[in-house]
Design a protein around this ligand. Sequence first.
Ligand code: FE2
Length: 285
Amino acid sequence: MPDMDTAFERYLQDGFVVLPGFKSADDIADLRERALQIVQDWDPGERRGVFSTHDQARTADAEFLASGDTIQCFFEEEALDADGRLTRPKSEAINKIGHALHDLDPVFDHFSHGPALAEVARGLGLASAQLWQSMFIFKPPSIGGEVKWHQDATFLHTAPCSVTGFWFALEDATRDNGCLWVQPGGHKGPLRERFVRQTGADGIDRVHMQLQDATPWPDGTTALALEVPAGTLVCLHGLLPHYSAPNRSARSRHAYTVHAVDARSAWASDNWLRRRPELPLRGFE
Ligand code: FE2
């Protein structure tokens, strides 16, 4: 682990910091095993959430909107045929599990909390961290989908902006299997979009993108590939533009993310993610 003071200085300057060796091989093995078990136990016949940043149809997907305080599996677009049936075993078709793993599953709860993470969060400026969202991301071989340039503050907005991403590499992440790409220093730019939830006249909740600032997304010339070994923690400022390419390789790229905000900032009531009051928000402790 690098010196924390240096790491936090880098975070302020670059909008991200890479902390290799943050999680042990045992912790990673436990988390991956548990994730595969959740997928095995999932019945895709009844519920077939598909996640894609291309697919605006998901904006009407009630299951997506209900997943803020549940555990839900989402499948890759390319794994479904025209009738929405899976074309391969679900373990090879899964895109991600979200979004309250850190509160509802004991193995994920253990991985997502503890003094080491609490210290990192405080160092990054989250004086009173609240964990809103967790995702196990599979990036399966061959069909793992692209995640386009975005800022996490688009999806989890507070005033002032405080959302911070904690991205754990559970397998070696390389250019071949779809590692993260970031724009160093890009967090000093504006928030470009907000993903806003609204109740329609028909009483149905939908989400849409709302333009905030027309600044273009970075091009390839300023993007930096974060090729990191399993066990690495990457912390991302909520305004840092980042993306990941499709995985066309023969191996998966498992990762786990937790997104936290600072409780001293104001949570936007029109964020897509909602929590039932019986599931109180917690910090990293
Ligand atoms: Fe992100």
